[in-house]
Design a protein around this ligand. Structure first.
Ligand SMILES: C[S@@+](CC[C@H](N)C(=O)[O-])C[C@H]1O[C@@H](n2cnc3c(N)ncnc32)[C@H](O)[C@@H]1O
Length: 290
């Protein structure tokens, strides 16, 4: 077991258990929906052939493998994640593909020895869950070559991500965030870096320079049909999180919530499934000479 900062123990439990299981269940939509944003970030700030790359909170490790392709066989792509089952799966899949320039390890980015020095550090939705973001970002910066670049994809504000926000508003009409729960929570949460000023400040305090935020708006497929999309937002994201924390105590109200969420998601039904607008920041910065 890798060492985890005490304040990240609870989210590690969540990402290694219930959230891992949910991400596996919705993997095709996670890979495609987040994939578009990840590709846009890599296109805006590509790594160079031969770079040594770190992929933070790599999850299934698909982005790590993609980065390995971009840096080529003279480069190296390393994925790190605090969740052992995610890393296990990522390693098995890289091995099955016979990739030689990919590696993964289990670690809490806030405190782990990340190795390096890395020329390029990427993350697709893997930097929003640290209990102490500045400590984690500083740890990342220390593992970078001076002049190296970070490229992070994080959610922008909920208002521009109606696909999760509208479902969350439905749930909030009936259930508050429970004060008492047996379930581990995922940490600060997926929207914790949505505020441009906050993220810029966190990056600056962690020692990064040339910090830039670029807005990225892309369609996101939530499901093949309405039932699938309702299942997704009631399982992952802010609405899913509150429902998970309530567990079977929410069983009585669940059919009402399901029907109302179905109603709000109807607007996103298309011939190609349920497709909604989604919005992220591509956060890029440079590790300065120190
Ligand atoms: C929303 S998922 C994104 C996964 C993947 N990057 C993707 O785009 O599919 C967030 C990931 O961050 C990881 N994570 C959360 N806290 C972490 C920490 N302290 N150190 C390393 N990884 C962490 C989780 O285990 C999870 O795999």
């Amino acid at each position: 077991m890798a060492e985890v900062a005490p304040a990240n123990a609870e989210s590690t439990e969540a990402w290694s258990g219930p959230l891992f299981e949910r991400f596996v269940r919705f993997r095709p939509y996670v890979a495609e929906g987040l994939g578009r944003h990840g590709e846009a970030a890599m296109a805006a700030h590509p790594p160079r052939p031969g770079d040594r790359v770190l992929d933070i909170g790599c999850g299934f490790g698909d982005t790590t493998r993609r980065l390995a392709g971009l840096v080529g066989e003279k480069g190296l792509a390393v994925g790190v994640d605090v969740s052992q089952p995610f890393v296990q799966l990522a390693m098995e899949e890289a091995e099955a593909e016979g990739l030689a320039n990919v590696d993964y390890f289990v670690g809490d980015v806030q405190i782990a020895d990340l190795g390096g020095p890395f020329d390029y550090v990427f993350s697709r939705m893997g930097v929003m869950f640290f209990a102490n973001p500045v400590q984690a970002l500083r740890n990342v910066r220390r593992a970078m070559r001076p002049g190296g670049r970070t490229v992070f994809v994080v959610w922008r504000r909920k208002l521009d991500n109606g696909w999760v926000h509208e479902a969350e508003q439905v749930v909030e009409r009936y259930l508050e965030h429970p004060e008492e729960t047996e379930e581990p929570t995922c940490g600060p949460g997926p929207f914790s870096m949505a505020n441009a000023d906050t993220v810029s400040e966190q990056m600056a305090i962690a020692g990064f320079a040339a910090i830039e935020l670029r807005r990225c708006d892309l369609p996101l497929t939530m499901g093949a049909d309405l039932d699938g999309a309702v299942d997704l937002v009631m399982s992952i994201g802010p609405a899913g999180e509150v429902l998970r924390l309530w567990g079977d105590r929410a069983d009585e109200i669940r059919p009402t919530i399901t029907a109302e969420i179905r109603g709000v998601l109807e607007q996103y039904e298309t011939e190609d499934g349920v497709v909604a607008p989604s919005s992220t920041w591509i956060v890029s910065a440079v590790a300065p000479d120190v």
